[in-house]
Design a protein around this ligand. Structure first.
Ligand code: ZN
Length: 213
């Protein structure tokens, strides 16, 4: 069965060297924290972790935008960690095989983009740019050469938009300018609360409603 899906790969750069330098106990703690963060973000944003890959993860979404939001959020959270993340993301048709395995060049390309990414870089494939949230942007850095995809790729990096007056989203912590917020609310003192997505708004509203009881 052929399906439209967004595929992302994210991994910890230099995990093997980090393990050798710091010992397996410190390294596995870092890995556990990474997995916990990805799990938390994926479940809030309605995105599936297709598989864990040692020091990385493969992520699948029906819609590309929540996948892009996940990558921006996990990158933002890990920006000051001792190990940087790198990411690759695509959108397109793949074959869904036996219910849980995806096959196709769009899957391979996401992996290759992740491998080609520099630390902290989120590289996006063709047709992903249309799905960037309003507080994100894509920088085009020219041609990108990846074997098997010659002549079709640009080095396109997904980033947070530069914002004048960003306010942290209380759920995910992403800095969002109120003008670019997907949803807004008022806190108990009448101050503005900004959200990057309806997923974060929903989480915030259900937790504040929960406080009433
Ligand atoms: Zn958010």
């Amino acid at each position: 069965m052929e399906v439209d899906r967004s595929f992302a790969f994210v991994d910890l750069c230099g995990f093997t060297a980090y393990t050798e330098a710091n010992g397996s106990s410190v390294a596995t703690q870092l890995l556990a924290a990474f997995r916990l963060a990805v799990r938390d973000i994926a479940s809030r944003r309605g995105v599936r972790i297709a598989k864990w890959l040692g020091d990385g993860a493969m992520i699948v979404g029906v819609e590309p935008q929540p996948v892009l939001e996940l990558l921006l959020e996990v990158e933002h959270r890990a920006a000051n960690n001792s190990l940087a993340l790198r990411h690759g993301v695509t959108f397109g048709k793949a074959i869904l095989f036996e219910g849980d395995d995806y096959i196709g060049s769009v899957v391979n390309l996401a992996k290759r983009l992740c491998d080609a990414a520099a630390p902290h870089e989120i590289l996006v494939g063709p047709d992903v740019g249309l799905y960037v949230p309003p507080w994100g942007q894509i920088d085009d850095e020219g041609e990108l050469l990846i074997k098997g995809f010659e002549g079709v790729l640009r080095r396109q990096r997904l980033e947070l938009r530069t914002m004048e007056h960003p306010v942290p989203d209380p759920v995910c912590g992403l800095p969002i300018d109120p003008e670019l917020a997907v949803a807004l609310a008022l806190d108990d003192d009448g101050g503005p609360v900004v959200f990057c997505s309806s997923a974060c708004e929903l989480t915030w509203r259900s937790s504040t409603a929960g406080n009433l009881f």
